[in-house]
Design a protein. Structure first.
Length: 195
């Protein structure tokens, strides 16, 4: 069992429970921490939670959610909304669909399609505004083509746009981090536009 989230509060704090010891309580948003990579940088693939009781127990949760996918994925979305993503692709304070779209991209990169448990309705869209069928809609930054998420379920900011990728380019997206779209908006590359 683990130290895990059970409810999310408007102020960014999280109601937690530590199953093994029966501890529970609330931790502030600032206590929801990115895991640290071996090189000392933060990892946007994992969050570390400490027991709210102060007993010293911690649990590391993968972006895919592990044994509690819906709750953990929601925790990642709230973390990205509050602090931005550790990778730097999403800035803090975004209240549009970008944090969820970015988290969903990271879930798919880690655990593959079908693991996302929030906003299931967005997965059925798969059409570009021009009506051309696509495998997936991605959210990208217009200035340099950086793909920050996919299958948004809501409005995105004015600095972002949506493009459609076919199955081949979706496969390239899953292998490329960070990923960019070329000038056509249809091909995934590892280099920013104009780089």
């Amino acid at each position: 069992m683990s130290v895990r989230p059970v409810a999310f509060n408007a102020d960014g704090s999280i109601e937690m429970v530590y199953d093994e010891q029966g501890h529970s309580g609330t931790i502030p948003a600032a206590a929801v921490l990115w895991a640290t990579k071996i090189d000392g940088t933060d990892s946007h693939q994992f969050i570390v939670l400490a027991c709210p009781d102060g007993c010293g127990a911690t649990s590391t949760h993968p972006v895919g959610g592990g044994a509690a996918p819906a709750e953990v994925q929601e925790m990642f979305v709230h973390k990205v909304e509050h602090d931005g993503c550790a990778c730097g692709q999403v800035e803090p304070g975004r209240t549009d669909a970008t944090p969820a779209a970015h988290t969903r991209l990271n879930v798919n990169r880690m655990d593959g399609p079908g693991r996302w448990k929030l906003d299931e309705g967005a997965a059925s869209r798969g059409q570009r505004s021009e009506g051309t069928p696509v495998a997936i809609e991605v959210v990208y930054r217009e200035s340099d083509g950086l793909v920050v998420g996919f299958l948004p379920s809501g409005d995105i900011g004015p600095d972002l746009a949506i493009a459609g990728l076919n199955a081949e380019q979706y496969a390239a997206l899953m292998k490329t981090d960070p990923a960019y779209l070329d000038a056509s908006g249809e091909v995934v590359t590892a280099a920013a536009r104009g780089a």
